[in-house]
Design a protein around this ligand. Structure first.
Ligand code: SF4
Length: 332
């Protein structure tokens, strides 16, 4: 598509208003403007929306996303959209969730390599074995699981609603999969025995308590916010533990001026742009799976709607997996 220099200038200014706060130059915004213009135009023509996870890069979040959030907010939004096409700027299990909630719509994932170490760390067969080992024990699965795994579970949860869902069961002992650290953190929080699995998030497993301790000693007034996928040793040193939406809410409601976010860099970038008067310090970590999504591959799927990028789930799996997600949405 050809755009006039006035269109490009106007789009670059729109991008710069947000990306400039993150250190982007006006020239970089100008270079990206034809891409974001074309994507936004195609979205209108095809009645498509782009749902983006908070860990996506700022050019996607501020350039083309229609809705940005954590897994729960994105699932909930996906269940209500009237768009005909959903392009998911996130990882595969998220796009599958959107498809489960919108079976009649086309859902595209711009890179099929956008996996997740948690989702890839457990199979449906593993869940069947756990159920045989612990009969009559309800199974809660974190949303970071494949559709096949969800189909074997009683209910799904996200980091934003996990404690609420665990507490909704009268039993003292529950199966909680697949995140080992999250199960331990939630067991401490809810007082329930959670029979876990061994999968870990490759981003959050790497934070260690010594880094947090040294940041605390250097900046005593900093508020430490840890994702619930971090180890219990890290979580116990934090001022708050939760999902990305909990972290955003904490920053919004806090009178503190500096924060350390123990999570993926995308969230720090977004909060830096949203709260320019607050300071975000310390190291974050990049999720290589989330970073498989780019403006270029978003444009490619919108233009060509390639079959290999379209999410498809066998009906017998979809019926059972949808029930687990719907139960979560009903409780939350
Ligand atoms: S940050 Fe961790 S949990 Fe999230 S997609 Fe990446 S590997 Fe999976």
């Amino acid at each position: 598509m050809a755009f006039s220099s006035a269109d490009i200038e106007q789009e670059a200014s729109r991008l710069y208003a947000k990306l400039g706060k993150l250190g982007w130059s006006f020239d970089s915004c100008q270079a990206y403007a034809p891409l974001t213009l074309e994507i936004n135009q195609l979205k209108k023509q095809k009645n498509a929306i782009i749902l983006a996870h908070s860990y996506q890069t700022p050019d996607i979040i501020y350039g083309v996303a229609d809705f940005v959030g954590d897994s729960y907010a994105l699932s909930s939004h996906a269940s209500k959209t009237s768009a005909s096409i959903i392009v998911f700027a996130g990882v595969k299990f998220m796009a599958e969730t959107a498809k489960l909630l919108n079976p009649s719509k086309k859902v595209f994932l711009p890179s099929m390599d956008a996996g997740c170490s948690l989702a890839d760390g457990i199979t449906a067969e593993d869940v069947k074995k756990l159920k045989a080992q612990f009969p009559n024990t309800p199974v809660i699965c974190y949303i970071n699981t494949s559709a096949e795994v969800k189909a074997e579970c009683d209910i799904c949860c996200t980091s934003a609603n996990a404690a609420k869902i665990i507490s909704s069961f009268p039993q003292d002992s529950l199966i909680f999969i697949p995140d080992e650290f999250m199960a331990k953190n939630l067991s401490l929080q809810t007082g329930k025995k959670l029979i876990g699995w061994t999968a870990k998030c490759i981003v959050h497993q790497d934070f260690n308590k010594d880094t947090i301790k040294s940041i605390k000693s250097l900046f005593p007034s900093v508020k430490i916010l840890a994702h619930s996928e971090c180890s219990p040793q890290v979580a116990q040193l934090a001022d708050a533990v939760g999902g990305t939406s909990d972290m955003e809410r904490f920053v919004r409601g806090s009178s503190a001026s500096s924060f350390m976010l123990i999570t993926e860099c995308g969230l720090s970038d977004r909060l830096r742009a949203e709260f320019p008067d607050k300071q975000f310090i310390g190291a974050c970590s990049l999720c290589p799976y989330m970073k498989k999504i780019s403006l270029k591959n978003i444009l490619h799927v919108l233009l060509h709607e390639p079959k290999e990028n379209e999410i498809s789930i066998p009906p017998e799996v979809a019926i059972k997996a949808r029930k687990a997600i719907q139960k979560m949405l009903d409780i939350s």
